[in-house]
Design a binder for this molecule. Sequence first.
Ligand SMILES: Cc1ncc(C[n+]2csc(CCOP(=O)(O)OP(=O)(O)O)c2C)c(N)n1
Ligand SMILES: [Mg+2]
Length: 342
Amino acid sequence: MSTASAARPPKRKQRSKEIGRDAGRAEVARKCLYYMALMREVEDRIERKLYRQGKIVGGVYVGRGQEAIPVGTALHALPEDVLLPSHRDMAVWFIRGIPPRRVFAQYMGRMDGFTRGRDGNMHMGDMDAGIVSIISALAATVPVAAGIAMALRYQGKNGVAFSYFGDGATSRGDWHEGVNLASVQKLPVVFVCNNNQYAYSTPIHAQMACANIADRGPAYSMPAEIVDGNDVLAVHEATSRAVEHARSGQGPYMLECKTFRMTGHSAHDGADYVPAGLFEEWARRDPIPRLEEKMLAEGWTDRDALEKLHAGIRHEIDEAVAWAEKSPYPDPATLLDGVYET
Ligand SMILES: Cc1ncc(C[n+]2csc(CCOP(=O)(O)OP(=O)(O)O)c2C)c(N)n1
Ligand SMILES: [Mg+2]
């Protein structure tokens, strides 16, 4: 485009198209902010309040600082898609319509949790919402995602499987088997890696010899894209490419979302092995204030609306916790029901 034509004001039709596009981006940003802030609030309550009050019956692993990854990806999922979130992807549940109160009931071991009090943390799924339960052994869900994608194809559905995992999981054998199967069969899988640079206390350079997780993609002839995992709009945009590729029959696609775990591995881990200054450095890239700044700069929101949004979420979560605390514990006599085949 020449400088002269760039300086000319856009024609009316073009201008209204641009306004429409901007309104669309503003709407995506608002949805992203809501789900990221909701995930942060739910996990803060679990990790920093209920756990310390002794009300959580199992371990707690959160995605503080990584919210942009489940949010930016799962917002692209269609009803026929199946998602296999990992242990730092809580927003996936909310985006699929699961109310936070059920998640609180799950973590407190109550009957209204997904496992009816048989498990006290995130080993939960809901096939009605297209969410497969986490398998505790790292990477074990990756071949399952390939199998689900194969089943979707056999059934003549146009669904995509979303397979989530961390950097450490990519050094497990089953990760490679699952990715290989998806690749050779050209299965509709979007692989989403949260590269938070640590697997528990092991920094990534002590865990793998490649510089990037995406470097593993060419071994499987699979496109693999590196994304700023703290920029939710970038994750959202990259996911649209990944989903389009997978849904149109071209096979799997991997997104390596670079991020940082802004807390210990779990609620009982003080993370004193993380070099000084890294938490502060990554706090400055926190995806939530970062999106808020962007929205303010673009004129998509104002400070008042942001304050209302957070107050609304805090209120929603107060009610959800109160509801879950009223849910009963299971009757001890029934604890083995539905756990083993009798
Ligand atoms: C096969 C296996 N080994 C060890 C563990 C214990 N464990 C649970 S999470 C975790 C760290 C995983 O690191 P990564 O895959 O990078 O995910 P992140 O927790 O950083 O999101 C470990 C070692 C496990 N669940 N499964
Ligand atoms: Mg990790």
